[in-house]
Design a protein around this ligand. Structure first.
Ligand SMILES: [Zn+2]
Ligand SMILES: [Zn+2]
Length: 150
């Protein structure tokens, strides 16, 4: 998936960048914040706050979920992360790596990213027919490649 993963050195740089973003929002650099940001960067794709909390707590058991939420919301406020509604109990959080939409599997709940080019023709057709302008952060539902089509 473009924009995620990469070398260990690359992820370290990304962790530092996001800690700087948080510091600019007025927070201190704490071990808890570092653990949360590192777990978020290490996640390929989208993750719920519950899942991220579980991953953080595997290494740092004293970090609680409200701290994870505060970090995610601060990153969102700074434009470094956003959330896609999943239609289930929890939103899927992810780092922002350029313009994108989301594909949500209605069978397994996976949320994937897709570039804006993939739906540009759809957006243009909808606007031409109805005047309705689609969001720049859509969530399209269907079945993922793993769940297949039926
Ligand atoms: Zn998104
Ligand atoms: Zn699926």
């Amino acid at each position: 998936m473009a924009g995620h993963g990469g070398s260990v050195a690359g992820s370290d740089a990304e962790v530092e960048r996001l800690l700087d973003v948080l510091a600019a929002e007025g927070g201190r650099r704490t071990a808890a914040r570092r653990a949360i940001v590192a777990a978020f960067v290490a996640t390929a794709g989208a993750v719920t706050a519950d899942e991220l909390t579980a991953r953080v707590q595997a290494d740092a058991p004293d970090v609680n979920q409200s701290t994870v939420y505060r970090v995610l919301e601060a990153l969102e406020a700074a434009g470094a992360a956003d959330r896609a509604e999943t239609g289930r109990e929890a939103a899927a959080w992810h780092l922002v790596a350029g313009d994108h939409h989301h594909l949500r599997c209605s069978v397994c709940g996976r949320v994937e990213e897709v570039g804006t080019d993939a739906v540009a023709a759809l957006a243009a057709a909808v606007e031409a027919e109805t005047g309705f302008v689609l969001s720049d952060h859509l969530v399209l539902t269907g079945r993922c490649a793993r769940c297949g089509r039926r």
